[in-house]
Design a protein around this ligand. Structure first.
Ligand code: PPS
Length: 286
């Protein structure tokens, strides 16, 4: 499945054709969730891989065997990617499923479901920077051009996977209709132990103190950066060019300050204030 220059469109959102087909996007929207499923929901670059690692480790009681031997996309597959029917068809419950889709594309499939939804959000200034650098190395995404241009497209919601604003507002405004946990990347970064306790309690997978310590150790940035099953070095160079960047790039809060100009920051803040006016979500910016 190369299709590096193909773009699929669905609900007016662009998706990389290397990872998605019209069939796989249709499969996702008609998916039958099981109540025992845990679904990681993220806008790209918000902490998806981190949460995949955390949930794998919680399910394994801190034992890293699975997380160090099976790639993340096999143990927590993306619902909307082309391989999903095959991988999910063969997986056993309790399943960990990942999605970048906006709420409206999964609303009907999730209606009445008791599946556990874990929504991870990240400060959008860091998201846009991480996404920009990822476009430079991922040959299945368009050339991002300058950061200025990429930022415009991000704010307009014309980048692949659509608008960050619509994604966050769409999912969080339906939190009461779902079995839903909201967690911020920054919360995990500042208090990983507390975040793991909150997650294991939501998942009803209690951890003993040593299991918690092992989980914490194996999902640290440094440990994940060395783990081939999550750092994407298994992906061939023609698809992800590791000479142009690393998937596990910095893993920091506030890296946006190294690239945003003053002008870009004030434009971003005006846009953010207007878009997020009626939400009570708060973000840690640095
Ligand atoms: S993707 O492509 O949507 O699946 O990307 P995603 O996994 O959502 O986001 C990648 C960013 O998450 C950072 N990351 C981490 N930060 C802190 N701790 C841990 N353990 C961790 N694992 C992944 C990763 O470095 C990317 O952020 P940037 O800012 O680019 O470094």
């Amino acid at each position: 499945m190369a299709r590096l220059d193909v773009t699929e469109h669905c609900h007016n959102i662009a998706f990389p054709g290397h990872l998605h087909t019209q069939e796989s996007l249709g499969f996702a929207q008609n998916f039958r969730f099981q109540d025992s499923d845990t679904v990681i929901v993220t806008y790209p670059k918000s902490g998806t891989t981190w949460m995949q690692e955390i949930l794998t480790l919680i399910h394994s009681k801190g034992d890293p065997t699975l997380s160090q031997n099976i790639p993340n996309w096999s143990r927590a597959p993306w619902l909307e990617q082309f391989y999903s029917p095959e991988v999910l068809g063969a997986s056993q419950s309790p399943r960990i499923i990942t999605t970048h889709l906006p709420y409206h594309m999964l609303a009907s499939a999730l209606k009445g479901s008791k599946a556990k939804i874990i929504y991870v959000a990240r400060n959008p200034k860091d998201v846009v920077v991480s996404f920009y650098y990822f476009h430079k190395m991922a040959n299945f995404l368009p050339d991002p051009s300058s950061f200025e241009e990429f930022l415009d497209n991000f704010l307009e919601g014309t980048v692949h996977y659509g608008s960050w604003f619509d994604h966050v507002k769409g999912w969080t405004s339906h939190s009461n209709d779902l079995n839903f946990l909201y967690i911020a990347y920054e919360e995990m970064w500042k208090d990983l132990k507390g975040s793991l306790e909150r997650l294991s309690s939501f998942l009803q997978f209690p951890l003993q103190p040593d299991e918690l310590t092992n989980t914490q150790r194996h999902c640290s940035f440094n440990s994940m950066k060395e783990n081939k099953m999550v750092n994407y070095t298994l992906i061939p160079e023609e698809i992800m060019d590791h000479r142009k960047g690393q998937f596990m790039r910095k893993g920091k809060i506030g890296d946006w300050k190294n690239i945003f100009t003053k002008q870009q920051n004030s434009r971003f803040e005006d846009f953010f204030d207007e878009e997020m006016l009626n939400t009570d979500l708060t973000f840690i910016w640095e």
